[in-house]
Design a protein around this ligand. Structure first.
Ligand code: TMP
Length: 203
């Protein structure tokens, strides 16, 4: 059986990645592909409990503890959901993955990037996505899209999100074959067409 694909969607909150993920899933399913839609943190079960803490806990959270919670969710998610589906030949579309931890906890919170890379490898067994889309957007526009009702992560402030944005662009510079940057201020349809083209280049 042909091995599946693991494709991740990345970018700052409010970048529109989830809309694009759902649209792509619909298009691929219509073409007959077996598609799994999933996310980090919180795909199901234990992950949902971890997500609840990460986004809604209102006490103090150290940056290290935050990173380990995202990584615990990832280890569970890769083992229980992603790897089994890819091995069965499915196309897994995942809303956020390892690059989020590099961008948010590394560039955003200021944790050591090399250490995060090592921890990411531990959580994933060293497996990387086949393709990653980064939806790039200026912080003012993305924060307007998020609106007033912000969760714990979304409340981190403009400077934090500028660092996150630069982090993503730095990751894309370092891994240009895997990571493709899209201008997230374009129309939904224009971005969708670009994603299809990039996926067709994989197969
Ligand atoms: P979501 O709202 O896109 O599902 O993402 C949840 C939040 O968690 C979002 O603000 C980004 C953040 N996040 C990290 O800070 N580090 C990570 O490793 C992941 C996966 C998400």
């Amino acid at each position: 059986m042909e091995r599946g694909l693991f494709i991740t969607f990345e970018g700052a909150d409010g970048c529109g990645k989830t809309t694009q993920l759902m649209l792509l899933a619909k298009t691929l399913k219509a073409k007959g592909y077996d598609v799994v839609v999933t996310r980090e943190p919180g795909a199901k079960g234990l992950g949902e409990k971890i997500r609840e803490i990460l986004l809604n806990y209102d006490g103090e959270v150290s940056s290290q503890a935050e990173a380990f919670l995202f990584l615990a969710d990832r280890a569970q998610h890769i083992d229980i959901i992603v790897n089994p589906a890819v091995e069965k030949g499915k196309i897994v579309l995942c809303d956020r993955h390892t690059d989020s931890t590099v961008a948010y906890q590394g560039y955003g919170r200021g944790l050591d990037i090399n250490q995060i890379n090592t921890l990411n490898s531990l959580a994933t067994g060293g497996k990387k996505p086949d393709l990653t889309f980064v939806f790039d957007i200026d912080v003012e526009t993305s924060m307007k899209r998020v609106g007033a009702n912000k969760d714990r992560m979304e409340s981190a402030g403009m400077e934090f999100f500028n660092r996150v944005r630069n982090g993503y662009l730095e990751i894309a510079k370092q891994e240009p074959n895997r990571v493709k940057v899209l201008d997230a201020t374009q129309s939904i349809e224009d971005i969708h067409i670009q994603l299809i083209k990039l996926i067709n280049q994989l197969r």
